[in-house]
Design a protein around this ligand. Structure first.
Ligand SMILES: [Zn+2]
Ligand SMILES: [Zn+2]
Length: 199
């Protein structure tokens, strides 16, 4: 569940900021991307470079983390399955409250309300940038990644790369339709027979 080594890289010690509104410290570094920064088709590969250019500033309510995070997104086109990769940069602006998390409902029962919007400085006076960066970067990933907007994808019947011949199509009918077509022919023939007989 926990990855202590990974987590520590994205933990920022803010002891120096406590009680000094206006004080700030920078976090300009490159770390290994943790696991889970992606969706099924695209994402930031674990251990790839995650470039941080962040600033933690002491404000009255807590610590304001601002700046940018960037990384290379890798994955597959959802239509033709070609590999895709492109750089992604997200803007970060997150307040971590000095106040401890509300403990009205005992110990981690309902994280929904609090965890989404408000984050908190830990008891050890550090902030964890990982969940914030994960949310920002994962939500910036496309739902349906494509290698290019007009990628024609693959033929649904044989997997042929449609861009190699946009006119690619199958004459062959599904066997079930072929049977129906045969029946139709027979009906037509018997109609003709009937018509010929009655005249
Ligand atoms: Zn494609
Ligand atoms: Zn085909």
């Amino acid at each position: 569940m926990k990855h202590p080594q990974q987590e520590n890289l994205l933990h920022v010690d803010v002891k120096e900021l406590k009680g000094h509104p206006g004080a700030q410290q920078t976090l300009s570094t490159t770390v290994e991307a943790p696991a889970g920064f992606g969706t099924v088709l695209v994402g930031i590969a674990e251990h790839s470079e995650l470039n941080l250019d962040l600033r933690a500033e002491s404000v009255h309510e807590g610590v304001l983390l601002t700046g940018t995070a960037s990384a290379e997104v890798n994955g597959q086109c959802g239509r033709c399955l070609d590999p895709i990769s492109y750089p992604l940069t997200v803007d970060v602006m997150q307040l971590y409250s000095w106040e401890p998390p509300e403990q009205s409902s005992t110990a981690q029962s309902g994280p929904e309300e609090d965890d989404e919007e408000t984050r908190h400085v830990t008891e050890q006076l550090s902030i964890d940038a990982e969940p914030v960066l994960r949310d920002l970067m994962v939500s910036a990933l496309p739902f349906q990644p494509v290698c290019r907007a007009d990628c024609p994808g693959l033929c649904s019947q044989c997997g042929f790369r449609m861009e190699e011949d946009p006119s690619h199509a199958h004459e062959q009918l599904d066997p079930r339709w072929a049977t129906l077509a045969g029946l139709a022919d027979q009906l037509n023939e018997s109609d003709e027979d009937g018509a010929a007989a009655s005249s």
